[in-house]
Write a protein that binds this ligand. Structure first.
Ligand code: ITT
Length: 202
């Protein structure tokens, strides 16, 4: 039986990262677009966990296949956790989202006062009804301006002091080692092992 996982996201940048991170973990997956499925899920939850589960449940109900989703966002200390679960909806476009964060952070001094984290919750829903979520995060600071062309979303603003670069300047290889998504996907692979779920890809 082909048990290829479905990645329940419409975000092409997330799909790209899943495709880089999952194969070395021994997991084969295809995106909604690759499977020719159109699925829009309203994110009515009040937490990353709830929204991730909404997306994975809807995908599994539609496809009958094991489904994995990603709800993620930027959590900024100085903004009391905003944009948080509203990261994709903080403004009309990525550029406007970044401009809004920069504007709101204008008065915040450099250094740890500008601390933020990226959060990623991966939800997994199996056709037999089993489901779980795993969590990943990574830490950084909000830069004073956008830097770098790599990545997506808030990456050009997210400064990693240990690299002296924003995530927009990191290579995809480095980002996919240290990111919130990488951490969550590693936890996902561990959890599958723990539950004795092996991918049967014949
Ligand atoms: P799906 O719901 O279809 O997966 P989405 O883009 O709407 O796609 P979310 O609701 O999880 O996904 O919103 C996540 C937002 O958080 C995303 O649009 C980015 O703005 C931001 N974000 C998440 N991961 C990021 C990353 O690795 N780098 C930069 N920004 C990220």
């Amino acid at each position: 039986m082909n048990m290829k996982w479905i990645i329940a996201t419409n975000n092409k940048s997330k799909v790209k990262e899943f495709h880089k991170i999952l194969p070395p973990l021994g997991i084969q997956a295809q995106s909604l677009a690759e499977a020719g499925i159109s699925l829009e899920v309203e994110e009515t939850g009040v937490s990353f966990e709830e929204n991730a589960l909404l997306k994975a449940r809807a995908c599994c109900a539609r496809t009958g296949l094991p489904s994995v989703s990603d709800d993620s966002g930027l959590v900024v200390d100085a903004l009391n956790g905003a944009p948080g679960i509203y990261s994709a909806r903080y403004a009309a476009t990525d550029a406007e989202c970044n401009a809004r964060v920069l504007r709101e952070m204008e008065q915040v001094p450099d250094g740890e006062a500008r601390h933020a984290r990226f959060v990623c919750v991966i939800a997994c829903v199996l056709p037999d009804g089993r489901e779980f979520t795993v969590y990943g995060e990574c830490h950084g600071q909000i830069a004073r301006e956008e830097r770098g062309e790599n990545g997506f979303g808030y990456d050009p603003l997210f400064y990693a002091p240990e690299y002296g670069k924003t995530y927009g300047e990191l290579t995809p290889e480095v980002k996919n080692e240290i990111s919130h998504r990488a951490a969550a996907l590693r936890a996902f692979a561990e959890k599958l092992k723990e539950m004795g779920i092996k991918q049967d890809d014949e």
